[in-house]
Ligand binder design. Structure first.
Ligand code: ATP
Length: 512
């Protein structure tokens, strides 16, 4: 399936099987805002739990909090968001479409990179085992020319961003001859900066109301609570504070389903460390987070690191874990070495000391911070899009199957009576009543068993359990596996252990 078709299929499947709906759909929806439906809410919860268990439960030096979305407005002055949380926007005068100027340039650069990758793949095919990629990259004329273009673009993009040279930004887009994907024209407006924070008001009367922002990230709720948590939890450096929660950004362009939303959820962890150890912890968290992703089995080749050339105002090193979404490799998680920027800023703006007394050193200092920040909705999209498959079957037919990692699947098993009579529904319901103490399970009796299997395959349910007339004689049922379609006869009393072996968090996290 072409990538664009695959992405369309992902979006329609998410709706059809009760995963994601457009927000306020009966009013024609709200742009870049989505609701999670009955299965989506379960999948999202399971991803959140999988992250929380790996980060908080499995680390005795990481604790979790749940800070409010509203924060004192000075927070955002101190963090730099009021002055610098901007994206450069540009409009095409013919199509009237709006774009992020940096994204236009990055996408242009990515196309050149894809051409290099194509050349390499071709040469690899031609030369077989004798192919030496390093040598090819260093000597092939086309590759060298394209690599130089990429490097030049990166250098200029970094410069215009760092110097906030908006005229230079426009010139770069003109020089690269980037055209609007809709109108095909190069008729661009000037580049402008646009602040992404949503404002709101707190207070009953217009005169006394206070200007507030909806938080654009969860991290600041952790920084302002650093000392509270450290003291009440008697935390010793190095230690981490984790939280999951909603964040809001008035994104300029939001056309990629739940990849870029205006209201979304983050899962962030700030790890407080001794100054000077940031490189070591940066490497540690890069590796640890990648292992977490890979433990879910979405494919080793679907991840890559992208180190930042342009560092945010708070960072001394930063990398993204990119995932191979249906529209290509894009950021899934950010890992940032934030130095002592945030705590120092909050000290300055609040006038309160935010330091740590290190008993071993017998000295106070402002800790440095290593941050891991992942979008829960992007993780949802990564898992969901990667799991959706159209499979050719031996009989020439196809089936749609959502091969979600079993630990994340909304329902772990569906229980069916073969027919709606002879006491079979009662036995099936007894099994449901027993299993539901341990797992999310569902009962289904409509349509033929074959149709019920297909429906559960497409909904992502790892096991189907069928009660038939033999069950009444010998207390056994048929259990069918979603991915292999293998069927086995097992004892009812063994069901719990069989399901647990595949859906247990431990089984998955142990792979890290
Ligand atoms: P991008 O470059 O894609 O705009 P970012 O670098 O601004 O992302 P961060 O500020 O580092 O993102 O936020 C951390 C994580 O939050 C991102 O890796 C992403 O998974 C998620 N995220 C950020 N913005 C959005 C959004 N608008 N919708 C959904 N998830 C988002």
């Amino acid at each position: 399936m072409a990538n664009e078709d695959k992405f369309k299929k992902v979006i329609s499947h998410a709706k059809e099987y009760g995963y994601v709906f457009q927000s306020s759909e009966i009013y024609d929806g709200l742009s870049a805002v989505y609701d999670y439906a009955q299965n989506g809410a379960e999948l999202k919860k399971n991803i959140r739990d999988y992250w929380w268990k790996a980060m908080v439960q499995m680390h005795d030096n990481i604790v979790g909090i749940d800070a409010a979305i509203f924060m004192h407005p000075t927070t955002w002055k101190a963090s730099g968001h009021v002055d610098a949380f901007n994206d450069p926007l540009i409009d095409n005068k013919d199509s009237k479409k709006r774009y992020r100027a940096d994204v236009l340039v990055e996408e242009h650069r990515e196309k050149i990179l894809q051409k290099i990758n194509k050349d390499i793949a071709k040469a690899q095919k031609r030369f077989g085992d004798a192919f030496n990629e390093e040598e090819f990259r260093a000597t092939n004329g086309n590759v060298l020319r394209r690599q130089k273009q990429i490097d030049d673009i990166t250098t200029e993009l970094t410069r215009v961003q760092e110097e906030n040279d908006l005229a230079g930004f426009k010139q770069l887009i003109l020089d690269l001859e980037i055209v609007c994907p809709v109108s095909g024209s190069k008729n661009w407006t000037d580049v402008k900066q646009f602040n992404l924070m949503f404002g709101t008001k707190l207070g009953a009367s217009a005169e006394s109301a206070m200007d507030l922002y909806l938080r654009p990230e969860t991290a600041q709720g952790i920084f302002v609570n650093f000392l509270n948590v450290q003291k009440t939890g008697r935390m010793k450096i190095p230690f981490g504070i984790a939280q999951t929660g909603k964040a809001f950004r008035n994104e300029i362009v939001a056309r990629q389903f739940i990849f870029r939303m205006r209201e979304f959820e983050q899962m962030e962890m700030q790890f407080f460390i001794k100054p000077g150890t940031q490189k070591e912890w940066f490497d540690y968290w890069k590796e640890t987070r990648l292992k977490w992703h890979k433990s879910l089995g979405l494919g080793e080749d679907n991840y890559r690191f992208h180190d930042h050339e342009k560092l945010a105002h708070y960072a001394d090193a930063a990398t993204d874990i990119e995932f191979n979404f249906p529209f290509g490799f894009k950021e899934l998680e950010g890992i940032h070495s934030r130095t002592d920027f945030d705590l120092k800023q909050h000290e300055e703006y609040s006038g309160k000391k935010l330091q740590y007394f290190d008993h071993e050193e017998n000295a106070s200092y402002t800790p440095y911070v290593l941050e891991t920040s992942i979008g829960l909705d992007r993780m949802f999209l990564a898992v969901f899009s990667n799991s959706l498959e159209e499979e050719e079957l031996e009989d020439g037919k196809t089936r749609t199957v959502l091969k979600l990692p079993a630990v994340l699947a909304p329902a772990k098993a569906a229980i069916f009576p073969l027919v709606k009579k002879d006491g079979l529904p009662e036995v099936a319901k007894e099994i449901v009543d027993d299993l539901k103490w341990d797992f999310n399970v569902i009962y289904e009796e409509k349509d033929t068993v074959g149709k019920r299997y297909r429906r559960q395959d497409a909904a992502g349910t790892p096991f189907c359990i069928t009660v038939d007339h033999d069950t009444l004689e010998d207390n056994t049922v048929t259990i069918r596996h979603r991915d292999t379609m293998d069927q086995k006869r097992v004892k009812i009393e063994d069901l719990k252990a069989i399901i647990k072996a595949e859906v247990d968090v431990k089984h998955w996290l142990m792979k890290m």
